[in-house]
Write a protein that binds this ligand. Structure first.
Ligand SMILES: Cc1cc2nc3c(=O)[nH]c(=O)nc-3n(C[C@H](O)[C@H](O)[C@H](O)COP(=O)(O)O)c2cc1C
Length: 441
């Protein structure tokens, strides 16, 4: 059987990865607060055998909500819990900060939800680098080195707490009157430089033992953390070469920490707008760009800077003159600028080039379901990634289109599973069983 890609769906705030698509006629304007819609999206994704829902998070108001929808759900844990009881197979991966949590509260929340969801939870352990979040916790951001020091301890302590209730300590035998075998429930007494916790955590194993760890953050210390603990890494490369190099570093890091390279799955962030034709898909994105003329002007200036041109004196709705393109160059400090220049040279106007998503925070495909499937296949088969963290521009129809139109193509090509391998997240991602901390070699 061919190797198959894994796909997680980013739920963002209930709308999608473009913060103005909430105004489209197709959108539900109050999706942010409508958990029924989250549940509906999750059930649809489950029909498409999507491996997991993925919730990014920053505990702070990080974008201007005057015209834009929020960047995250109201609270990932509450969203995951709402979805857990209305789904059966789909995984639930949430982002929780290693800097602004204590091991005990996080270990408790995640393990309880893992039990409740029958083993479908994953923890995306991020260090958090937003000053606004620090301010919400009455703190200032510490150095990256200190944050990663704490991240290592947090994961050790959380996994230690998870394992502090022995695997078979939950006896609950009416006959003998033994509720729990307390000899198998031990205090952890974790004393690190950054975190301390006593334990035990009074929660038995879930159907998958405990949640697997995910990680996001590409610094050398981030890669070390991933190599040591992560089963999944959320990445944001912009080219196949960049992605391959990053994936190789992560795989080497896993091996350096006594694990198998295949124990790390890289999920590359990917955004899309699907329509029956590329022109229709571009039209939708143009419309979204035009909701905010001021921002459009700002983006045009940004695009110009990426390719060394100034679009102010030309009509941005017309192709850029040939003579101009000859003197344009892709800014080597922004990996997205190569693609931007390529699209301009194909004869698209600056506005249409923006509509291609060339300055988005992930690679974007604007086109048909086949275009999307081709992109995913190319990246996957070139060894750039193990899977994708997909972000529709608007969840309301984007999830449906992906599930109904892209998934069947991938399945037909033999590169995406036709059914869940099991009922837990570990089974579905092919991850080894782990309970408590791993014996490190
Ligand atoms: C693709 C990607 C997704 C991320 N998602 C989040 C997130 O949802 N919440 C968060 O607080 N930080 C997130 N981060 C930030 C990282 O956790 C980390 O704080 C930041 O990248 C700085 O770490 P570094 O020095 O390793 O790059 C993300 C980073 C990347 C690359």
């Amino acid at each position: 059987m061919k190797k198959q890609m894994k796909i997680v769906l980013q739920m963002v705030s209930g709308y999608g990865g473009e913060f103005k698509t909430w105004r489209l006629p197709e959108a539900k304007a109050d999706a942010y607060t409508d958990m029924d819609l989250y549940v509906e999206m999750a059930q649809l994704a489950e029909k498409g055998k999507i491996h997991a829902l993925f919730m990014a998070d920053t505990p702070a108001l990080v974008n201007d909500l005057t015209n834009d929808s929020p960047m995250h759900s109201m609270d990932p844990l509450i969203a995951m819990t709402s979805v857990a009881r209305a789904t059966k197979n789909i995984g639930l991966v949430g982002t929780f900060s290693t800097t602004f949590n204590e091991p005990y509260n996080l270990a408790r929340h995640l393990k309880a939800l893992d039990v409740v969801s029958h083993g479908r939870v994953g923890w995306n352990a991020v260090t958090t680098s937003t000053p606004a979040t620090a301010a919400n916790f009455g703190a200032r951001l510490k150095s990256s080195h200190e944050r990663y020091g704490r991240a290592n301890e947090m994961i050790e302590a959380v996994q230690g707490l998870w394992g502090s209730w022995g695997k078979d300590a939950y006896v609950h035998d009416k006959e003998s009157g033994t509720f729990a075998d307390t000899r198998k429930i031990r205090a952890l007494n974790y004393k690190g430089e950054y975190v301390q916790t006593q334990g035990p955590l009074p929660i038995p194993p879930s159907d998958q033992g405990q949640p697997p760890i995910f990680q996001a953050g590409p610094s050398p210390e981030g890669i070390k953390l991933a190599g040591r603990f992560a089963s999944g890494v959320y990445a944001n490369p912009f080219s196949i070469e960049e992605a391959r190099e990053y994936r190789n570093m992560l795989r080497e890091s896993a091996v350096a920490h006594g694990r198998l390279a295949d124990e790390i799955n890289v999920f590359t962030g990917f955004m899309f707008t699907i329509a029956d034709s590329k022109e229709e898909a571009l039209a939708r994105r143009r419309k979204v760009l035009e909701f905010d003329k001021q921002e459009l002007a700002h983006r045009l200036a940004y695009l110009g800077a990426m390719v060394g041109l100034n679009f102010q004196s030309i009509d941005p709705y017309q192709p850029v003159p040939e003579s101009w393109l000859k003197s344009a160059y892709a800014n080597p400090h922004d990996p997205r600028s190569y693609r931007a220049l390529e699209v301009l040279k194909e004869g698209y106007s600056p506005v249409d080039t923006l509509a291609h998503g060339v300055i988005n925070y992930h690679p974007v495909v604007v086109g048909t379901a086949k275009d999307v499937a081709d992109f995913l296949q190319e990246w996957f088969e070139s060894g750039a990634t193990d899977g994708f963290s997909i972000v529709p521009d608007l969840a309301h129809d984007g999830v449906r289109d992906f599930v109904e139109k892209v998934v069947p193509i991938l399945q037909e090509r033999g590169i995406f599973h036709k059914d869940y391998e099991g009922s837990t997240l570990r089974e579905n991602l092919g991850l080894p069983y782990q309970y408590g901390t791993r014996e490190e070699k």
